[in-house]
Write a protein that binds this ligand. Structure first.
Ligand code: ZN
Length: 231
């Protein structure tokens, strides 16, 4: 029944980010939350991060387009370890323009690798992409992206290993999902290594979602952003 469907939300107009918190009581954290994402990564404290290790070995098995982004879901077995916890990789999706800012710089696109531990805690790895050469990761994703509303079995790739950043330095902070219901308690790790994406790829990414799909930066409040030593 339509009344059971989640409320519609989007990235512009009356259902845009400024109004998410009013669209449903389920979305109240989008406006009332005080540890929301994304943020402008600035004023970070060096040396405060816990090392993260990537164990990415499995293949993407499904591609989904929900109209807000395109997801690649991975078969179980890949994950990251940080702070004594193992978080299993669920999948990757994109935002364009990027969502996090770095010292005020905005990016052309951002990939989010979403993970969950055995207790249901979420950890998201963000890969920032600035305009430049085409991204092979985005190329793979575009090649597999189904039409809006379609879920497609893809079996056989790409391999999660392709997403492992060349360095493990990151900006870390506690935040939220960047889409409704904006749930908090998400462990964010935005990698220091910035990749590139071409203008043509950006245009295709944004055409898949009929426009930009980035939430604007949210107040950092009392939170501390930490960064790997030497970063
Ligand atoms: Zn995301």
């Amino acid at each position: 029944m339509a009344t059971d469907a989640p409320p519609q939300w989007g990235y512009s107009g009356e259902i845009g980010p400024d109004n998410w918190g009013c669209l449903s009581s389920d979305y109240s954290l989008c406006s009332a939350g005080v540890e929301q994402s994304p943020v402008n990564l600035v004023g970070y404290v060096p040396g405060g991060t816990e090392p993260v290790t990537f164990d990415y070995t499995t293949l993407a098995v499904q591609a989904r387009n929900n109209g807000h982004t395109v997801y690649l879901d991975f078969e179980p077995g890949s994950g990251v370890s940080v702070g004594g916890r193992r978080y299993e990789l669920l999948g990757v999706h994109y935002h364009s323009p990027g969502e996090h800012l770095l010292d005020g710089e905005s990016f052309a696109a951002e990939l989010h690798l979403v993970h969950q531990d055995a207790d249901g805690n979420l950890a998201v790895v963000g890969l920032l992409l600035r305009l430049g050469n085409p991204s092979p990761l985005v190329e793979d994703l575009l090649g597999l992206a189904p039409a809006t509303g379609v879920e497609a079995d893809i079996g056989g790739g790409p391999n999660a290993a392709a997403y492992v950043p060349s360095g493990t330095g990151y900006y870390g902070y506690s935040g939220s999902l960047t889409t409704p219901p904006c749930s908090e308690g998400v462990r964010w790790m935005v990698m220091q290594d910035v990749g590139t994406v071409s203008q043509e790829q950006v245009e295709i990414l944004q055409s898949l979602t009929h426009g930009p799909n980035n939430r604007p930066p949210q107040p950092i409040g009392d939170r501390q952003i930490v960064v790997s030593a030497g970063g």
